[in-house]
Design a protein around this ligand. Structure first.
Ligand SMILES: N[C@@H](CCC(=O)N[C@@H](CS)C(=O)NCC(=O)O)C(=O)O
Length: 205
């Protein structure tokens, strides 16, 4: 087994999907949480290919881009689905979650309170209802207990990551999507993921 060192900020953010993979696979890694002072120096040193985090050091190789790192680890840990169609389904969920997170981040950093409220309203009344129906449909079409087969994969972890944020705003968010509601609870009950969520550092996002 190679040595793994994940460097990211003390946030869930773009690093958490990688931490979920290590947790579910039961693989040891260094969870290196960088302070803003350390980041200034690290960025200047040019160790990160895009001048951004996360990066994952696998022995002496530096991997970058969170989704690429997640896909790499999922394949290493047999959490990447079995078929081409499984991989499509995982990619579709990853992209859908990416779209949702982009909206969240945009709203979070909006300084004008009127624009912020307007963006929030558009998200909850227009974007999210369409998103939920589409994700529920992708799940139901699979006809299995997880997004891509009958065991947990990277697709489920992306969905769960988004679900945690959505539930932080509205605990009942999946009420009208019975498939997603059951799926969320099934993933939440994964014992390794549960253990990680209980012990991880508490951060706002
Ligand atoms: N596409 C990249 C985006 C990475 C990214 O935006 N990283 C942010 C934190 S979430 C960052 O490093 N910000 C600090 C900076 O740019 O100086 C990925 O998914 O890894």
């Amino acid at each position: 087994m190679p040595s793994y060192k994940l460097s990211y900020f003390n946030l869930r953010g773009r690093g958490e999907i990688i931490r979920y993979l290590f947790a579910v696979a039961g693989v040891a890694y260094e969870d290196n949480r960088i302070t803003s002072e350390e980041w200034g120096k690290m960025k200047a040193d040019g160790k990160t290919p895009f001048g951004q985090l996360p990066i994952l050091e696998v022995d002496d190789k530096v991997l970058c881009q969170s989704n690429a790192i997640a896909a790499y680890l999922a394949r290493e840990f047999d959490l990447a689905g079995k078929t081409n169609m499984d991989q499509y389904r995982i990619s579709a969920i990853q992209a859908a979650v990416g779209d949702l997170m982009t909206k969240f981040v945009e709203i979070h950093f909006e300084k004008d309170e009127t624009i912020k409220a307007k963006k929030q309203k558009t998200l909850s009344e227009e974007f999210l209802p369409v998103w939920l129906v589409a994700v529920e449909k992708i799940y139901q079409e699979g006809g299995t207990s997880f997004f891509a087969g009958d065991s947990i994969t990277l697709g489920d972890l992306y969905f769960f990551f988004a679900g945690e944020s959505l539930k932080g705003v509205n605990e009942q968010v999946f009420k009208s999507c019975p498939g997603l509601d059951g799926l969320y609870n099934r993933i939440a009950n994964n014992s390794e993921l549960k253990a990680w969520r209980e012990k991880r550092p508490k951060t706002d996002f």
